[in-house]
Design a protein around this ligand. Structure first.
Ligand code: COA
Length: 265
């Protein structure tokens, strides 16, 4: 599958069963305009239909990256700010669709990752960056705050004091520091970046997709619920997964000392 929407490119790799969304406004450092919000929703919808083609969970992961040499995403398109009224901003956000998307979503960050772009990366399950990447929440310099959870995410991933420092100064933070703060998973020198992210994608694509999806839900639920409710979820899903073909395939492969093949059911 290869589709060119107005502001993104959408690909699906049959071999690794991985979807790829490329933010494609490089002249604006991939800033998020209204069209891009709609295109990302449409792309996620199209990727979720990959599963509908058979009777199994086929899609393993989705990677989001930026086109061009300079940015993952430099935030919301500032040119669209004027003329918008408070009622134009709804409580729901395309980033929620990323967080709630069934499969793991990886933010592959090479360059600027600022404002709403960083918040998009936070909505993903993993953030991997090239060494040259820069992170920040510059909204304070526009007389705003990060409106899509930036302060909340950093408060949880690092701590509230780090969140205040980043959001109040609006400063840019290099990938190494961002990794040390715990707000990205890892960074790599540029000449290793592609390969390292591919390796991670390949690792996930070899795992049973239903387990990946249940682990994603479990970790997300842990943020919102108490330990008892979260563990109840884990127990329920564990019993369901015990009944899957993929569990049977893995158990048989273990006994026979060979690699299993997963079907996503
Ligand atoms: N919205 C709209 N356009 C943006 C943008 C944004 N968030 N960020 C960058 N651009 C555009 C610039 O206007 C410029 O367009 P032009 O070539 O037509 O003039 C182009 O992208 C390149 O950016 P430029 O500012 O020339 O590059 P730089 O290397 O000097 O600076 C940044 C890079 C990221 C530091 C700077 O572009 C910036 O501060 N962007 C705004 C970031 C921001 O505040 N985001 C949060 C919005 S809530």
């Amino acid at each position: 599958m290869h589709r060119e929407l107005e502001t993104i490119l959408l690909d699906f790799d049959e071999e690794t069963t991985t979807g790829k969304i490329t933010l494609n406004r490089p002249d604006s450092l991939n800033a998020i305009n209204q069209q891009m919000r709609e295109d990302i929703s449409e792309a996620l919808e199209a990727l979720s239909e990959v599963d509908d083609e058979g009777d199994a969970a086929r899609l393993s992961t989705v990677v989001i990256e930026g086109a061009g040499e300079r940015a993952f995403c430099a935030g919301a398109d500032i040119n669209e700010f004027s003329g918008r009224s408070p009622s134009d901003y709804s409580a729901s956000d395309f980033r929620d669709e990323i967080t709630e998307f069934s499969t793991p979503v990886i933010a592959k960050i090479d360059g600027y990752c600022l404002g709403g772009g960083l918040e998009m990366a936070f909505a993903c399950d993993f953030r991997f960056a090239s060494q040259e990447s820069e992170f920040g929440l510059p909204e304070v310099d526009l007389g705003l705050i990060p409106g899509a959870g930036g302060v909340q995410f950093i408060s949880r991933l690092a701590n509230p004091s780090v969140a205040k420092e980043i959001a109040m100064t609006g400063k840019q933070i290099p990938a190494e520091d961002a990794s040390e703060m715990g707000i990205i998973n890892d960074w790599y020198p540029s000449d290793e970046f592609e390969e390292k992210v591919s390796l991670f994608v390949d690792t996930l694509s070899e795992k049973p997709p239903l387990s990946l999806r249940a682990i994603k839900d479990s970790a997300n639920i842990s943020v919102e619920s108490g330990l008892d409710a979260s563990r109840q979820y884990d127990r329920r899903v564990f019993s369901t997964l015990l009944e899957t073909d993929d569990h049977a395939a893995a158990a048989a492969a273990f006994t026979e000392d060979r690699d299993p093949e997963f079907e996503g059911r």
